[in-house]
Design a binder for this molecule. Structure first.
Ligand code: ARG
Ligand code: ZN
Length: 874
């Protein structure tokens, strides 16, 4: 079944109030739903009431307290249709269903994780709990009563505020929760379990006290301290930056170890993958800490962008997700280094969203069609969605952007809104026309922009020629012209930005508004030829093709005042060198690299005026995927890895002495701290360790760092360097064995061990992964394990997944099916690793297609996996 945006109709029936009682039991949980139903029209309705279900079993059904006779309704696992309704505008429906949380391996609806009851209802999990109008525009006030065995399940949580609790007969107890804010069913949550907790409190800007709780496995309470700190910083930040205050008496977070995604913003009861809660220096890396900070903030920020204002339908998913990602990005930028954060975001966008946008799974930020909504929690909806919000801010400026956000909350609080509603507030506050800009929500694909600069010394004039293009995508053959905001500067010979005098109203301050196919912008009074720095801060998510000499790029890489653009110039130089080296290798020769590039990298590494985290990013060369995208077609992954390794080695050899010096200089003194500055030093030190360990036999430094490591960042980095650069060496083997021995009882840490081994370059890793799938620490039921081993293998190991003999595809296809039998959502997600198969050289293409076809021919394939595989093959 295909769902279409234009088919949206408001619901004939509303559910102003929902009263739920759960009698929790592992295999026989009884769910009693008492729904107040009201007609939209205000008068009696002739329509049947059709409620959504999914694998449900009806036990009893009453209306206004009277049991319904069998002729008045039809119940199937996925639908409850009630034909005989009272002739009234309001009535109540009582529904009893029975479910088995223990047997729910799809981790959608009510399920058990490590003996605890937990829920995941977004997008359509609530219908696996009870029959309901399971759509985001049906908002209801929930009162939830939970009953369970008091000793086995002492903790009973749901949304909103606690109302009462007490004991019952037979060792049972109960708790009642009430959430005064009307919400869609996807924001419902409950937790029943036996967990440890850390508590704290937060005083909001208007002086209200909020009790905060983070629930984790017993014994891991200390590892939740950083998450609590991040939560309080998030609450303060949203007040300071957006004027948004928390609105309930309690805010609870529960960490669970079996979770399909990162986390979920259920009202007042966020449920998290424990990977995004638990951290201490021995078990978590700096990247883990940063991930916790970002996800805690993201879910908290959803309280306003998602919960107080929700989505009319799932086509509007980016309304809450793109906006909330934008907000968590800004939060992290304020908490850490803005330039470093921006570069990391762009690297992520290019690695994940660009291939999606340029491949068979391309879709607009606001899709118009879906078969399975769970497959649209994509980096296009999330990350490109965030870029679109960022562009609105760039176009309007900070002040009007904030006024627009204020108006959005004022106008739409309590609504299930649309992208049109969102754009309208910015048009209203600024008086601007955002019609053309809105195409960013509606058209798929990554626009490309060509730029050339001419300087006329006699006329003292600069002209910029800009041209935009957007290639067709699978479901859109013709494209309209976009409104592309390009931040820019003209850099003078002294390295400083010149004052610009634009003779064109397409320029506003430091932004060029590209709206036509071709545009020429003139600048007067320019005596000397400037160097153009454009798309500063990555103001638009485009591919830029600029006519620019290597000398000019070198100049920008050393002088651009915009740190993002400076990093970009160096990255572009490296990318050009790498594609050149790829062609050389394909031609059977050995690549050589420009000394000036090698020196530029070395100089940047030792430039003490730049923060270490920035220098670390500057040293991180484009990934294999980035290089593949630059080359385009006929990809040979082995030659890409060869080119990249050759450049790493050339940079390392040219700069060996100073790299060794900086490596020592960045050594930490004193106690561990996860703050951004300390993490930056570790990042620089560890990227240098990778360079220094690339020459054959250079194992000593990494082996010694591994042994002496007192934190997981340094330990995991040393392990990865040994395993990837000196694979098979006694030192690598010993470190892997040591790590396993130290952490075998810590699943989240073992994920790093699985992932490092799954990403060892080369076809031999196919067998290693097959072996590791039988390791006692692996579980096909646990999404984190599956992603660390099978997912990482396919998504982050080009030379093994795309092994020339096709063995990587076969292994992966088998694993995907094995996962799919239990958990279709996770299987569909990892299967997207096939999305770039058409860019491969012909023999690999053929083998990849065969693997995809093999998956598609499985009987009873879930709609989740079928959707991904069929679109990938189409
Ligand atoms: N709304 C959640 C977040 O952005 C994601 C939940 C999606 N879950 C799913 N099964 N599709 O944090
Ligand atoms: Zn979200």
């Amino acid at each position: 079944q295909v769902f279409k945006l234009e088919d949206y109709r408001p619901s004939e029936f509303l559910i102003p109030e929902t009263r739920l009682t759960f009698k929790l039991h592992p295999t026989r949980t009884l769910v009693q739903a008492d729904l107040t139903i009201r007609t939209r029209s205000g008068g009696p309705s002739n329509a049947a009431l059709v409620l959504d279900g999914d694998e449900l079993q009806l036990r009893s059904l009453s209306i206004n307290g009277t049991v319904l006779d069998a002729a008045s309704y039809q119940a199937t696992p996925d639908r409850l249709t009630i034909n005989a309704l009272p002739q009234a505008d309001t009535f109540t429906v009582q529904i009893e269903t029975e479910i088995a949380p223990e047997n729910n391996k799809a981790l959608s609806g009510l399920y058990r994780s490590s003996g605890n009851y937990t829920t995941q209802c977004e997008a359509e999990g609530f219908r696996r709990i009870t029959y309901f109008l399971d759509r985001p525009d049906v908002l209801s006030v929930y009162t939830v009563r939970l009953e369970a065995d008091a000793s086995e399940t002492p903790l009973l949580l749901s949304n909103g505020n606690p109302v009462e609790s007490g004991s019952l007969a037979d060792g049972q107890h109960y708790a009642v929760w009430h959430d005064p804010f009307p919400k869609p069913s996807y924001l419902f949550a409950l937790v029943g379990g036996n967990l440890g907790v850390i508590t704290d409190s937060f005083t909001t800007m208007s002086g209200r006290e909020v009790e905060l709780g983070i629930y984790v496995e017993h014994g891991k309470e200390a590892r939740a301290a950083y998450a609590m700190d991040a939560l309080k910083r998030s609450m303060r930040w949203d007040e300071e930056v957006f004027g948004l205050e928390y609105d309930l008496d309690v805010f609870n977070i529960v960490a669970v170890s079996d979770f399909n995604m990162g986390a979920m913003e259920n009202k007042g009861l966020n449920i998290f993958n424990d990977k995004y809660v638990l951290a201490d220096e021995v078990t978590a890396t700096d990247a883990d800490y940063a991930g916790i900070e970002a996800v805690i903030a993201h879910e908290y920020f959803h309280n306003w962008t998602g919960n107080r204002i929700t989505c009319r339908d799932w086509f509007q998913l980016c309304l809450k997700e793109g906006l909330t990602v934008y907000r968590d990005h800004e939060f992290s930028a304020d908490q850490r280094s803005r330039a470093v954060k921006r570069i990391a975001e762009v690297r992520g966008l290019r690695a994940q969203q660009f291939p999606e946008d340029q491949g068979p799974l391309a879709h607009p930020v606001r899709p118009r069609r879906y078969r399975e909504i769970n497959n649209f929690y994509t980096s296009t909806v999330y990350e490109k969605g965030s870029e679109v919000v960022r562009m609105i801010r760039t176009i309007l400026g900070a002040a009007d952007f904030r006024r627009g956000m204020d108006l959005y909350f004022e106008r739409h609080d309590g609504d299930a809104a649309t992208i049109e509603d969102f754009l309208k507030v910015f048009e209203d506050v600024s008086g601007r026309d955002l019609q053309q800009f809105a195409l960013w929500y509606h058209q798929a694909g990554t626009p490309s922009v060509q730029v050339a600069l001419r300087h006329d010394a006699a006329k003292r004039e600069v002209t910029l020629h800009l041209e935009q293009a957007l290639a067709p995508t699978p479901t859109e053959s013709s494209k309209r012209l976009m409104h592309i905001p390009l931040q820019f500067g003209l850099v003078g010979p002294d390295g400083h930005d010149m004052a610009v005098h634009a003779a064109d109203d397409s320029v506003e301050g430091d932004v060029i508004h590209l709206r036509k196919r071709q545009q020429t912008v003139r600048f007067t009074d320019v005596a000397e030829r400037p160097v153009l720095s454009i798309n500063r801060g990555f103001s638009a998510p485009i591919m830029l093709a600029m006519e620019q000499t290597a000398e000019d790029r070198m100049f920008l890489a050393r002088h651009d005042s915009d740190l993002f653009a400076r990093w970009q110039s160096m990255t572009t130089l490296a990318t050009q060198a790498l594609t050149q080296a790829y062609r050389t290798i394909r031609g059977g020769d050995t690549p050589v690299f420009d000394e000036a590039l090698l020196a530029l990298v070395g100089d940047t590494a030792s430039d003490a005026s730049l923060e270490p985290a920035y220098r670390a990013l500057a040293l991180s060369l484009p990934g294999e995927g980035d290089i593949a995208r630059e080359i385009g077609q006929g990809i040979d992954p082995d030659a890409i890895l060869g080119a990249r390794n050759a450049l790493v080695l050339a940079i390392a050899s040219a700069n060996a002495d100073r790299f060794a010096l900086i490596y020592e200089e960045m050594a930490a003194s004193g106690a561990f701290s996860p703050d951004a500055a300390s993490a930056g030093k570790r990042a620089l030190r560890n990227v240098l360790l990778d360079y220094l360990s690339t020459p054959a036999g250079a194992v000593e430094r990494a082996a010694s760092q591994y042994e002496r490591a007192t934190n997981m960042t340094d330990r995991a980095a040393a392990l990865a360097v040994l395993a990837h650069r000196q694979s098979g060496s006694p030192e690598a083997v010993a470190a892997l064995a040591d790590f396993e021995h130290r952490f075998r009882t810590e699943p989240l840490v073992m994920d790093k061990w699985f992932q490092i081994q799954a990403t060892v370059p080369g076809a031999a890793t196919v067998d290693a992964v097959r072996r590791l799938m039988r390791h006692e620490g692996f579980s096909i039921d646990n999404p984190n394990r599956v992603r660390s081993l099978v997912g990482a293998f396919a998504a982050a190991n080009q030379t093994a997944f795309h092994a020339a003999d096709g063995s990587g595809y076969t292994l992966f296809a088998d694993a995907v099916i094995e996962v799919e039998r239990r958990n279709p959502q996770v299987a569909a997600r990892i299967a997207t690793a096939f999305r770039s198969w058409r860019s491969l050289e012909p023999e690999r293409q053929d083998k990849a297609r065969q693997a995809l076809v093999a998956i598609s021919q499985h009987k009873d394939l879930s709609s989740d996996l079928r959707d991904i595989v069929e679109r990938t093959l189409a």
